[in-house]
Design a protein around this ligand. Structure first.
Ligand code: UDP
Ligand code: MG
Length: 316
């Protein structure tokens, strides 16, 4: 076996995770020892991506790396978001298998041996996880999450799995396929199903964060879901066009009504209120559809600028 041959890479994005990092590191170390003890994977590497944390995360990573030469890390120059952190980690990973998991222990590392067995058997290329309950999450958040998955199913051809986590174990060909997608605006929940291959799903109950708190506000999640829709579907544009046609037909009907009324009853001046309503309504619909077009334009603009996904301040 080659000296730097890595069986499995653990990739974790970390954003202000000082409270959990120590525990997480211990847990991953435990799992990787179990993997080598059982002969499933002997050489492993731990890749941490510090997504511009403002707490002690980066100094903890430096410390891990000093003590443990399986640890490699990246520190971003600022917060670029979890998608960028995941991408950076996947690009850095050298393993034959790569597993991505959150640093907050909401993704149980104890599932990894089972996931690895499924992919190593050659029967699957990816082991994905989904949570079957949303316990411990605000009801309103679950409600909107459900609506979002419905909407994605309606608007796109890819299957975005409800409750799928970013906790995945992938084979090298799968990782390379994911990395071959060069888009700036990355929506992994769509990218993973888009590349295809065979995925085996593992289910588990929602686990609360051990410490610290979620980095996702409702607003951030909402914008993220819009990214997903606009990145994987052009149906909103079709909806905008269909609305345009409908309104055109409606206006023809209106014209007909007005002409008939003029002929039968003459032309009494009335109806400014209804006119005002129609104007308000139509301009609302116009703004809405222009907004949709604008969304795509903004995405195209972001893509053509070709800015890097992230900037690294420190690396090992
Ligand atoms: N994270 C990140 N950048 C961000 C937000 C989050 O790298 O801008 C990391 C975070 O450290 C954690 C993972 O992504 O390891 C998931 O974040 P979080 O637990 O806040 O999300 P949730 O589990 O609530 O979906
Ligand atoms: Mg979490």
């Amino acid at each position: 076996m080659e000296a730097n041959f890595i069986d499995i890479s653990f990739v974790s994005p970390c954003f202000n995770e000082e409270a959990t990092l120590q525990k997480f590191y211990a847990e991953v170390t435990r799992v990787s020892s179990a993997l080598s003890a059982s002969g499933q994977a002997s050489a492993c590497e731990l890749i941490f991506v510090d997504d511009g944390s403002v707490d002690a995360t980066s100094s903890m990573l430096r410390d891990f790396a000093q003590r443990d030469d399986r640890v490699r890390y990246l520190v971003f120059s600022r917060n670029f978001g979890k998608e960028s952190a995941l991408l950076a980690g996947l690009q850095k990973a050298r393993g034959r298998y790569v597993v991505t998991l959150d640093a907050d222990l909401q993704d149980p590392p104890s599932l990894i041996p089972e996931m690895l067995a499924a992919v190593a058997s050659g029967e699957f290329d990816c082991a994905g996880t989904r949570r079957v309950t949303r316990k411990g999450e605000p009801a309103i958040r679950s409600f909107f999450a459900r609506r979002f998955y419905r909407l994605m199913a309606m608007l796109t051809d890819i299957e975005v799995v409800d409750g799928a986590r970013d906790f995945r174990l992938m084979s090298r060909p799968y990782v390379n396929a994911v990395l071959s997608l060069g888009e700036r605006i990355r929506f992994s929940k769509g990218i993973f199903p888009w590349v295809g291959f065979r995925t085996k799903w593992f289910e588990y109950e929602n686990i609360r964060r051990v410490t610290g708190e979620t980095k996702w506000s409702f607003g951030k999640l909402f914008l993220y879901s819009l990214d997903g829709i606009f990145a994987f579907s052009s149906k909103p544009l079709a909806i905008a066009s269909i609305l345009g046609v409908l309104f055109f037909l409606l206006s023809l009907a209106f014209v007909a009504v007005i002409i008939v009324r003029r002929i039968t009853w003459g032309d009494p001046v009335a109806g400014w209120a209804s006119t005002a309503c129609i104007i308000l309504f139509c301009s609302g619909v116009q703004l809405f559809t222009v907004g949709i077009v604008g969304q795509y334009l903004a995405k195209v603009y972001a893509e053509v600028k070709q800015r890097p996904h992230y900037i690294v301040r420190e690396e090992k």
